[in-house]
Design a protein around this ligand. Structure first.
Ligand code: CAA
Length: 387
């Protein structure tokens, strides 16, 4: 593993305030437009590149900022305060699309791809999910057959974030057809322009317009052996380790969004008058505000605790699952209360709350459903108890 640079408090604070300003001044004003267009403007993506956002977690020697997990979470809290479509633009480069390469790539692979990933020139996607392998990731059917100095990939992947813009895919495929389950899965770096690789149209979704997911098809795609990530059969564990980190990132975005929804509902409740006084003076409204604040605070504390453990090189499988489970369920409740506090206005498009309400629903599903997180947490508890 590369040694990380310790950013001091002042530099971290400066980074966070630059991002907070960017979110407030450049992103929030265009949220509704991005929702309607289902696209983030290219000019904004270029500004994200200039800010170094695509390389937040890439080691410095390959052109990134090499943030610790804790600082990555602080950044994600800030990006959570606006439409998740924005952070999704660079989210796969920072997380699931690049972490396999950072954690398990060879020096040659890192030198070849990481500088372009850090600059945002190369967008990355993580191809684990398939039509018949959703929660059951070990059931991957995409085949990778070794033929001389390359592998031939055949199969398809489903709902892959940023696939329409990706230039590089981390693909989990089965190298040994006789080995069912996790042990037969291997990870590969597959370039977009490989003959036989094609990408479907972006799906129409309930929320998060501007963030795209597409299917990816592999029709006898030749991948050189040097593009295998790690050993044959190590792909499932690689994917799980990548997801441990990704889950903490998603949890952080949930907290940022919850804080945004709480602030919007509080501001509304301060102004909106009913029964002769602002509705924030009605105790049943106060109860909803207090519950949302308390739960967002609890999630934030969990995330920061888990992030510090990760920065101390400890396994966070349980903690990341718990943080993602709690934070994604929490933001669902907070969004629901926000609609309730705004009443009719919460249901009307112009107020923007209904959009965020739709946006947050997927957090309980992607990068592991709540039910999968419960399984992961319980399994880790049982494993520890058995010693
Ligand atoms: N770190 C390291 N190793 C791990 C691990 C982790 N977090 N989790 C499991 N492993 C190891 C296990 O120790 C085991 O190793 P051994 O065989 O040596 O003992 C091996 O991996 C197999 O693990 P399990 O027996 O636990 O595997 P399983 O088939 O029972 O499944 C699961 C486990 C937790 C259900 C897993 O399949 C899972 O997390 N599913 C959810 C998948 C998911 O999150 N998908 C999201 C896709 S990505 C996405 O959403 C991206 C997007 O674009 C938005």
């Amino acid at each position: 593993m590369e040694t990380q640079v310790a950013y001091d408090r002042e530099i971290t604070q400066e980074l966070i305030s630059v991002i907070a300003r960017f979110v407030e001044e450049k992103l929030r004003p265009i949220e509704a437009q991005v929702g309607e267009d289902d696209a983030v403007p290219e000019a904004i993506i270029n500004q994200m590149k200039e800010l170094g956002l695509f390389g937040l977690t890439v080691p410095i020697k390959y052109g990134g900022l090499d943030l610790t997990m804790e600082v990555e979470c602080l950044v994600a809290f800030e990006f959570g305060r606006t439409s998740p479509a924005f952070s999704s633009c660079f989210g796969t480069n920072v997380g699931i699309g690049s972490q396999g390469l950072i954690l398990f790539g060879s020096e040659a692979q890192k030198q070849k791809y990481l500088p372009q990933i850090a600059s945002g020139e190369l967008v990355t996607s993580f191809c684990l999910t398939e039509a018949e392998a959703g929660s059951d990731s070990a059931a991957v059917q995409t085949r990778a057959q070794r033929v001389g100095d390359h592998y031939v990939l055949t199969g398809s992947k489903r709902y892959i974030t940023n696939a329409d813009r990706a230039g590089l895919f981390t693909v989990m495929a089965r190298t040994d057809a006789d080995v069912k389950g996790a042990k037969g899965v291997t990870a590969f770096l597959v370039e977009r322009d490989s003959p036989g690789l094609s990408v479907g149209k972006p799906e129409k979704k309930m929320g998060q317009q501007g963030a795209h997911i597409c299917d990816v098809y592999f029709d006898a795609v030749k991948v050189p052996v040097e593009n295998r990530l790690g050993e044959e059969g190590a792909g499932f564990k690689l994917a799980m380790q990548v997801l441990d980190r990704g889950r903490l990132h998603i949890a952080s975005v949930c907290v940022g969004l919850a804080e945004r929804l709480i602030s919007d509902s509080l501001n509304y409740a301060l102004k909106r008058q009913q029964f002769g006084k602002p509705i924030c003076e009605h105790q049943l409204i106060q109860a909803m505000l207090a519950d949302s604040k308390t739960e967002a605070y609890a999630a934030k504390a969990m995330i920061l605790d888990a992030a510090r453990l990760k920065d101390g090189d400890q396994s966070i499988t349980l903690e990341a699952a718990a943080a993602k489970y709690y934070a994604s369920e929490m933001v669902g409740r907070v969004a629901d209360r926000a609609v309730q506090i705004l009443g009719g206005a919460g249901y009307v498009v112009d107020y923007g709350i209904e959009r965020l309400y739709r946006d947050v629903r997927i957090f309980r599903i992607y990068e592991g459903t709540s039910q999968i997180q419960q399984i992961v947490i319980a399994r880790e508890m049982i494993k520890a108890a058995k010693g």
